[in-house]
Design a protein around this ligand. Structure first.
Ligand SMILES: C[S@@+](CC[C@H](N)C(=O)[O-])C[C@H]1O[C@@H](n2cnc3c(N)ncnc32)[C@H](O)[C@@H]1O
Length: 398
């Protein structure tokens, strides 16, 4: 085992490992750049290794930075060691290891002579509390990520732009929520996703990045939106970034039919009852997981009839908030009645957007027909409500 691999292995085992850079022997990469040689665009310039905590446990994410894009692969420690050995014995002759104890560099000369140096540590461990900005994000700050660069969140060197840090955090929060339910997806074959009302789609691209680039899974992700121009723009970006298995279609979610089964049905910030349509479609297709971050709620607020809550009903903002809570709790209860284990969680903190409730439902048991839970009936009776849009759609589907 060469010195660098040995140092990496020791640091990974005692949890002092922070990051490793491996660089290609410069000449080949420079030539490809200079001549913009498309046949050499897949030449790997640099590889960045960092620890990543996946559901399956501690892994090491290798980001292979090509001239125009990057690819990701995750390895367990013993696999990572083999991969580093392989890379160093091929063209990746310059390595820089960062640990909490020291930095370590290695350079293998053309003659085969190896030069190593050890320096005092220059990087802090990302997880340390006082360095929250460098938190251990699934999509890391400091590692190039093509779609984040495309949407202006990251600079080309992989560093998150200061003024875009909130968006970076929101994107990571979203992929963490998906990562949490990763085990619910099929173990083989493509993971199929429909993202309703995808809009500019930065969260759809984030989903693709997690499933395809980080987990290395085949995907079939469709982003659906009413706006044709936005859809065309997203398709252009998907092509440019070689996002295999990601496409965008224009159309109304109410009339959309997927070509195959759906593993994940998503609707993020879809207006008013569009969320109900998306939820009902997810149930209809028996999606394994359903995500919804509702947007504005008007339906229930306009129908609420109750005297005993007049202190709330007389105050517009309180009535609105109360109706939102009621609507989302009815949605969650109805999903339970359809055989889904349902959680309602905070999506991102209130300082970024008031639309911060995530309804996450995981298929728990097969349910041939929709059972409207008694809790829903009781709430409706108490507040003088007719069945809400989601309930009506479900019972019509039944
Ligand atoms: C507020 S944007 C949210 C975009 C994205 N999901 C996000 O969270 O960043 C809502 C999007 O839903 C789309 N939309 C609304 N109703 C729709 C429907 N019935 N079918 C398809 N898309 C719809 C709108 O065109 C808009 O782009």
């Amino acid at each position: 085992m060469n010195d660098l691999t040995l140092q990496f292995k020791t640091a990974a085992e005692d949890d002092s490992f922070i990051q490793l850079f491996l660089r290609h022997s410069v000449r080949g990469v420079d030539a490809a750049r200079k001549h913009d040689d498309s046949s050499r665009q897949d030449l790997i310039e640099k590889i960045v290794v960092r620890p990543v905590d996946l559901k399956s446990g501690r892994s090491f994410q290798f980001t292979y930075c090509e001239v125009r894009r990057e690819k990701h692969r995750n390895f367990l420690l013993n696999e990572a060691v083999i991969e580093i050995e392989r890379l160093i014995s091929s063209q990746f002759r310059r390595g820089h290891l960062f640990t909490t104890e020291f930095d370590f560099t290695v350079k293998v000369k053309a003659s085969g002579k190896v030069r190593t140096h050890q320096f005092p540590p220059s990087k802090q461990k990302p997880d340390s509390a006082e360095h929250n900005r460098q938190k251990h994000y699934l999509i890391a700050d400091g590692t190039p990520c093509d779609f984040l660069e495309e949407i202006g969140v990251m600079a080309a060197d992989g560093n998150v732009r200061k003024q875009k840090f909130d968006k970076f955090r929101q994107i990571n929060r979203y992929v963490e929520f998906v990562e949490d339910v990763y085990e619910s997806f099929p173990k083989t074959g493509p993971i199929r996703v429909v993202d309703f009302g995808c809009g500019k789609s930065y969260l759809t691209f984030a989903l693709h990045h997690l499933l395809n680039r980080i987990h290395g899974r085949k995907v079939d992700i469709v982003g659906l939106d009413l706006k044709t121009e936005v859809v065309e723009h997203c398709n252009e970006i998907a092509r440019k970034l070689n996002c295999n298995g990601l496409r965008f279609e224009s159309g109304d979610m109410a009339g959309y039919s997927p070509l195959a089964s759906v593993d994940l049905s998503v609707s993020l910030h879809a207006c008013d009852t569009a969320t109900d349509v998306a939820l009902a479609r997810g149930v209809e297709w028996d999606a394994k997981v359903i995500f919804a971050v509702p947007c504005c709620h008007h339906e229930v607020a306009s129908k609420l009839k109750t005297d005993f809550l007049s202190p709330i009903m007389r105050r517009g903002i309180l009535k609105e908030r109360f109706a939102e809570m009621l609507t989302d709790s009815l949605r969650a209860e109805l999903l339970e009645g359809c055989g889904y284990r349902t959680q309602v969680q905070e999506f991102i903190s209130l300082e970024h957007t008031p639309k911060n409730i995530l309804i996450r439902a995981i298929r728990d048991r097969a349910s041939k027909s929709v059972v409207v839970p008694d809790s829903v009936k009781t709430v409706r009776e108490s507040f003088g409500l007719e069945p809400c849009e989601f309930e009506s759609l479900l019972t019509r589907q039944n």
